[in-house]
Structures are given as structure tokens and as C-alpha cells.
Design a protein. Structure first.
Length: 131
């Protein structure tokens, strides 16, 4: 399932130019986003932890625990995104259970990646993961 397919006809997409930040680490959250077109990098500190493409989710933790943003997202090309507020998120979870399952899979994948990085501060490619 690609969430971009669920939101592709969003009437009010957020548009970012290359280099624009969607949000910064530490920002107060109010919504999550689905990347409909383009590419973006997710950064923790100055390290790219994910290079995202169509269907990527950003800021989903905001709708679960309301904590400040844990990462920064920067467009690496022209991007179009769907903005998902709490009300829309709850509707999607209730009406489209596969969406809820997808969000959980994304969270689980990111947690597994963090666990792997914590165990292996120098990856198989020889690049230090510690900073």
C-alpha cells in the first residue's frame, strides 16, 4: 500500500521547493504529512537518516504523542505533500485500517533501524553512524 495513492487528489497540498524545510527538529507538531511527489531527506542533527520518495510519511509521531519533532525534513526536489491533521488521521484510521497498519509498519521499521544503528555505530560501509 502506498499512502500517496490515498491522498493523491488532496485539494490543498503543501508545496516545497528544493531546499525548503517542511519542519525542523524540536518544532511543536500539529500534523503529519504524506509525500505525494518529489524527494526529501530526513535529518537528525546533520545526518541524513532517510531519503524519502513518494508515499513516505513524515511527522506521524506527532499525532500519537504530541512531542516536539524528532527530526528535520528538507525537500531535495520540488515536493507536493498532503497535510494530515489529528481529525483526518483518526478518520483514516477508522475508515481505512490498512492505513493504520501502514503507519505502524513505518514506525516499526524506523525503530528497527535506530536499534541497528545503536548496535553498529560504524556501518558495514565503514561510515560512522555516531555523528
Amino acid at each position: 500500500m502506498n499512502p500517496a495513492d490515498l491522498f493523491d487528489h488532496d485539494p490543498e497540498p503543501v508545496v516545497l521547493k528544493k531546499g525548503d524545510a517542511l519542519f525542523d527538529e524540536g518544532d511543536q507538531p500539529d500534523c503529519m504529512y504524506v509525500l505525494l511527489e518529489g524527494t526529501a531527506d530526513v535529518l537528525v542533527g546533520d545526518r541524513v537518516v532517510e531519503s524519502a520518495t513518494k508515499g513516505a510519511l513524515f511527522g506521524e509521531m506527532a499525532l500519537i504523542d504530541s512531542s516536539p519533532r524528532a527530526a528535520k525534513v528538507v525537500a531535495t526536489s520540488l515536493c507536493r505533500l498532503a497535510k494530515i491533521n489529528q481529525r483526518r488521521f483518526q478518520f483514516m484510521v477508522q475508515q481505512t485500517p490498512i492505513f493504520a497498519t501502514h503507519v505502524m509498519k513505518v514506525l516499526a521499521r524506523r525503530l528497527r533501524q535506530m536499534n541497528l544503528a545503536a548496535r553498529d555505530p560504524v556501518g558495514a560501509d565503514g561510515i560512522s553512524r555516531s555523528g
